[in-house]
Design a protein around this ligand. Structure first.
Ligand SMILES: CSC[C@H]1O[C@H](OP(=O)(O)O)[C@H](O)[C@@H]1O
Length: 386
C-alpha cells in the first residue's frame, strides 16, 4: 500500500519510511535510538529539513521512554540528554530545523530540571518534558505546513488575480512534500493547496540530481494526489521558463529551504540558485516556502552557511527497480548500476545558497514576507510571536 506518511509515531515506537527504496518499494524502519536516527538521517533514508528534525527528536524520545537514560541525578540526566542531542546535530549540518529543535529540547529539559530539582522524581520530570516537547514538534509541523499552503496560495492569488478560470502553472525543485515533513509539505504544500482550491493549472518538477528527490519522491507525491504534473530534468528548466505559452507558462518557481538566514539568503537543494537566476531572467516569481523552524537569525548572510558535501557515489552510481524486457517494472527486484567512470573525481555539494535579491517572497506559517523599499527582508516580524 503506497503511503505519503514519512513518519509514524506513537509514544515508545517510531517508524520511518525508507526513502532510498521509494517510489517502488514501501518499507518502514523501526528507529528507536539516537544512533539509529543518526544513521537514518546521514544515509538519507529520511531527508527533508523538518523531517530530519522530527526523526531525531522522536527517536531519542523513544530511547528515553524505553529506559535508555542511564543517568541517576538530574544533573547527569541533563548532561546525557545534551550529549546525545549534540551527537544528532552532526548528522546533517546545513538544515537548521535540526539545530533549532535541539535548542528547544534542551531548553525544555533544563526548565524541567529547574522546576523539579527538589522533587524525588526529578529525573522522570526531565525525561517527560523532553518526550512531550518532541511530540509537540511533530504536531506543530503539520499545522505549520497547512498554514504555509494557505499563505502561499493567497499571495500567488493576489499576484496573479487567480481564479477557477485563471489558474497558474508552477515549477518546483527537490522534494518538499509529505516525504520531507510530517505531512502536506512546504513548497509542495502550496502546490497541494493551489490544487485543492482549483487554482493550479499544472505542476512541473525537476528530477533534482544527484539524489533524485524530484523524480523519485515528488513525482510519486504528485501522482498519488492526482495533481497534473510533468517531470523535467534539471537542465530543462531554462527552456521551460523561456516558454511563455500555455500550459507551460510558468507563473512561479516554488522551492523549500534548509536554512533561511537573517538577510533572507536561503540554503536549499543544489540547483535552487540556478533556478532563481533563470526565474529572474524570465520575469517569473521566485518563492521560498519555509516554516520559521527553518529560519536562522543568528547567521547574517548566506556566506556563513556550512554546505554539506556528500559522497561521490551519489553521482556515479544509481539504484532502482528492475525493468523487465517487456518494459514492466519488477518492484520486487532492485539493481544498483554505475553510471560514470568510478575513477572520476566528483564535487557533490548537497545545497547552494540563493541570494535574497533573487527571492520575491518567503512564505512561513506566520505569513508571507516580502522585501521592503530598501530591498531587504525583515524576518524578525515572523519570529517575534514564536
Ligand atoms: C521541506 S524540506 C526542505 C529541503 O530539504 C531537502 O534537502 P534533502 O532532501 O537533502 O534533505 C531539500 O533541500 C528541500 O528543499
Amino acid at each position: 500500500m503506497a503511503t505519503l506518511q514519512a513518519i509514524k509515531y506513537k509514544r515508545g515506537k517510531l517508524l520511518v519510511l525508507d526513502q532510498l527504496r521509494l517510489p517502488h518499494e514501501h518499507h518502514y524502519d523501526e528507529v528507536s535510538t539516537a544512533e539509529e536516527a543518526f544513521d537514518c538521517i546521514r544515509s538519507m533514508r529520511v531527508r527533508g529539513a523538518p523531517a530530519i528534525a522530527i526523526v531525531a527528536a522522536l527517536a531519542y524520545a523513544v530511547e528515553l521512554h524505553n529506559g535508555g537514560c542511564t543517568a541517576t541525578t538530574p544533573e547527569e540526566t541533563i548532561a546525557q540528554i545534551e550529549s546525545r542531542l549534540d551527537y544528532l546535530k552532526e548528522s546533517r549540518p546545513t538544515a537548521v530545523d535540526l539545530s533549532n529543535a535541539i535548542s528547544l529540547l534542551k531548553q525544555a529539559a533544563r526548565a524541567a530540571k529547574r522546576e523539579g530539582l527538589a522533587h524525588p522524581e526529578a529525573k522522570e520530570a526531565i525525561l517527560n518534558s523532553y518526550i512531550e516537547t518532541a511530540e509537540k514538534i511533530l504536531a506543530k509541523d503539520l499545522e505549520n505546513n497547512t498554514s504555509i499552503g494557505s499563505y502561499g496560495t493567497s499571495w500567488l492569488q493576489h499576484q496573479y488575480m487567480l481564479s477557477s478560470s485563471r489558474t497558474i502553472s508552477v515549477l518546483t525543485h527537490c522534494n518538499t512534500g509529505s516525504l520531507a515533513t510530517s505531512g502536506h509539505g512546504t513548497a509542495l504544500g502550496i502546490i497541494r493547496t493551489l490544487h485543492a482550491r482549483g487554482l493550479l493549472k499544472h505542476a512541473y518538477c525537476t528530477e533534482t540530481r544527484p539524489y533524485n528527490q524530484g523524480s523519485r519522491l515528488t513525482s510519486f507525491e504528485l501522482i498519488f494526489e492526482g495533481i497534473p504534473a510533468t517531470l523535467i530534468t534539471d537542465s530543462m528548466a531554462g527552456a521551460l521558463l523561456s516558454l511563455h505559452k500555455e500550459p507551460m507558462n510558468i507563473g512561479a518557481v516554488i522551492v523549500g529551504a534548509d536554512r533561511v538566514v537573517r538577510n533572507g539568503d536561503t540554503a536549499n537543494k543544489i540547483g535552487t540558485y540556478a533556478l532563481a537566476v533563470l526565474a529572474r531572467h524570465h520575469g517569473v516569481k521566485f518563492v521560498v516556502a519555509a516554516p520559521t523552524t527553518s529560519i536562522d537569525l543568528e547567521t547574517e548572510t548566506g556566506a556563513d552557511i556550512k554546505i554539506e558535501e556528500r559522497k561521490p557515489e551519489e553521482l556515479t552510481q544509481i539504484s532502482g527497480a528492475v525493468v523487465n524486457p517487456d518494459g514492466s517494472i519488477d518492484t520486487s527486484r532492485t539493481a544498483r548500476v554505475a553510471i560514470a567512470d568510478q575513477r572520476i573525481s566528483v564535487w557533490n555539494p548537497a545545497f547552494d545558497v540563493t541570494p535574497h535579491a533573487l527571492i520575491d517572497a518567503i512564505v512561513t506559517e506566520k505569513g508571507t514576507v516580502v522585501k521592503g523599499a530598501d530591498g531587504k527582508f525583515d524576518l524578525s516580524s515572523v519570529l517575534q510571536s514564536n
